[in-house]
Design a protein around this ligand. Sequence first.
Ligand SMILES: Cc1cc2nc3c(=O)[nH]c(=O)nc-3n(C[C@H](O)[C@H](O)[C@H](O)COP(=O)(O)O)c2cc1C
Length: 199
Amino acid sequence: MTDNSIFSVIGRQRACRAYSDEPVPDDVIAQVLRAATFAPSAENHQPWEFIVVRDSARRSEIARLMQRAWEDYGRAFSEPRSTPKLLTDVHRGMTGGFATAPVWIVVAADLDRTLDVTVQSSIYPAVQNLLLAATALGLGSALTTIATLAEELATLLALPNNVQPVAVVPLGYPARPLAPPKREPFEAHTHRETYDTNW
Ligand SMILES: Cc1cc2nc3c(=O)[nH]c(=O)nc-3n(C[C@H](O)[C@H](O)[C@H](O)COP(=O)(O)O)c2cc1C
């Protein structure tokens, strides 16, 4: 049986870039989004708006925008700093893997319900909750930001001017089990009292 203690879920959460076509029921999505809304936000304004996209033509269009952003500038931007393995994984996701997700959740900020300086910082905690809840429910997901500035995305989703996309999250059951994520030990980046004393 899956260990769904918070530390186990956190230790499993990672980007999924290939999905099965198994549908995700509304009540499962509701659980994920309810978890998202328990995130902190500046002054508790809760400025999030979630656009859940299931329609296949609309999903394809989001995937197309993402692929275009990747091919036009994303890949060249990331290439100098990415390992070949990560670049290959991301490339596969951006050019077709993410398109297999049966659901996209666009997480947006209502600019009338947050200050300019906290738009991103009041949305990303909710996105992280969403990713963790998805993991606990056996779903794959990924945080992407590349397509969020596209005017086409706003048009496609009929966003009013005050609603700005912050993250685009594909969601669905993974096509295959995800290996554990790799992270540097926290000790490598932790200091006692002042920076010159390592943990
Ligand atoms: C701000 C941000 C933007 C990201 N954008 C993308 C993206 O455009 N495409 C992608 O495949 N992954 C994207 N990721 C996922 C990262 O590549 C991933 O979290 C990181 O490589 C760790 O890998 P893991 O999740 O497999 O452990 C993004 C993550 C963050 C935090």
